[in-house]
Design a protein around this ligand. Sequence first.
Ligand code: GLA
Length: 664
Amino acid sequence: MPSLDDVTRPDGGRPPRILFGGDYNPEQWPEETWPEDVRLMKEAGVNSVTLGVFSWARIEPRPGAREFGWLDRLMDLMHENGIGVVLATPTSSPPPWMGRLHPETLPRDANGLTEWWGSRQHFSHSSPVYRRYAAALTEDLAARYGSHPALTMWHINNEYCTYDWGDEAARTFRTWLQRRYATLDALNTAWGAAFWSQGYASWDEILPPRHAHYMKNPTHVLDFKRYTSDMLLECYRAERDIVRRHTPHIPVTTNFMPFWTGQDAWAWAPEEDLVSVDIYPDPKDPHGGQYNAMIGDMTRSQAGGGPWMVMEQAAGPVNWRGVNHPKPYGLNRLWSLQSVAHGADGLCYFQWRQSRQGAEKFHSGMVGHAGQQGRVFREVKEIGHELSLLGAEVAGRRVTADVAVLHDWNSWWAGEQDGRLSALVDYTEIVRAWHRALWEAHTTTDFAHPAHDLSAYRLVVVPHLYLLDDTAIENLLGYVRAGGTLVCGFLTGVADEDDRVRPGGIDPRLRELLGIATLHEWWPLDADERADCGDFHGTHWSEELTPAPGAETVASYKGGELDGLPAVLRNGRAWYVSTLPEPTALRTLLTRIAHEAGVRPVLDGLPDGVEAVRRGELLFLLNHQREEATVRIPGRHRDLLTGVVVEGSLRLGRYGVAVLGEPS
Ligand code: GLA
């Protein structure tokens, strides 16, 4: 199987490198701009551009037409200038003629409203007509450019994310359900359809969970989410198989949205030759660096621990938040090198040149409206230069972790539905809080699926897996039995794979493992409410539970209805935290548990706000603050970015980064 290594570390020939560049949409510009683009790309050290992401209407202006001339010229231009091309199948934004001639290709929302053309991603994953046109275009693209020397990688579609509640989807949803359940009896049982008279007597009665009078059946909604992820994956696979047939040696990817609810990335990632992601932390978020780290950890884990790629990031502001902030000087570099520290061997942007028209004209580009004189482009050039210094030493090296955070889309989907006890419990927020605690404790962290082999980890953390199937439960039990340390946050193991509440409110096997005798009630907390737990406060949630004999109450609730009951419970190597401790407390708790489990921080004595990550033998030090920081380091090292040999300690300036290798 080809991989990212084939692009960054090809056999013989070129030295290893990190891919650097971005989405290039030259069809938006007069052709006279192209030579200027290439000149600036070379100045910036760009070695990779992604072409064609939104080019469908340009290539196929009428059904069946093919206008490849402009793309031929671009592919040649890139090759002549030593820039590799990540070629996209432009199937995420069909041309207007498709919707006009084939309205059934347009998706509908839960209220039956059509998503018309005029924006993007307006395709029904279930439409055979859409799929036929997409396949034909992919076929021709692969035939035409498969042997072009500029081609380095295929980029299928773009950020697959379209839901469809329309009639095309109703048809494929039924087929999907028939494959899952075989009989209506099985479906009715799984969905608990006896409730509210929902029993289905015929497959034709089943619809996507459309607008309804009141709360919808949660298992119906859960299955719809599973189905949507699977249908989009089918679309991806169809195009992937076409390009693979033409070019079995060229790696294939599709760019994930990070931590995006619509796509079970654990199921998708093995279908790719390399995993890529689009990362857009908010420059104003004081914890943006931690978010960037978390997405890096998650994507690396989806890539099986191997190198991965930032397919898109922003050189400055995005334009889809309420208020869109630029990146202050140094932040683009810091977060870029941080992604490299977390295992990225490709660092690309949306987009090369900032658009002057269209919906994203206020979204930054590598070359902004200020052009080559702009501060943003100057920084881009610096980053390109530094990546060229790092490439040979860094590419292909792996990051290893002793800790895994468990995350599963099924649990997220099931847990976020209507009808639960607290709408304030937000899955991503909880996962982020636990990852942040580990990150601030200078611990390197992987992500894993609850059914993955966990034996390589000293510590496994479950922030909030409301739904756990039997395989996952047995896996966790086996992990602790084999000597692992497990920490579970509140609302873990409540439901089975059909979203049926387990007897007793937590799976009985898990209850025994965690040392819980009885879970009496859940006590969610209001937004401004804090649960006094003695040394710290809990937020979001609290629980009325009785510990089993032998379990140790490490922290208990003080006052109120839960007075004296465990907030943190320990049963040997299994821990249960029935609230969300405030950030410092969660960090302290996890530091203690990690220490007992034999997990060490990357470096001792690191100041707050400085992150350390080891990638192979290299040590990345990243200062996430505007203030200078001094870091004590063991032994003598050479900073690969400056060439300077450092010993004993090191000063990092505002947003400063050092990459330490062997002295010579
Ligand atoms: C996504 C898309 C890009 C662009 C950016 C803007 O990542 O893939 O086409 O719209 O968002 O941030």
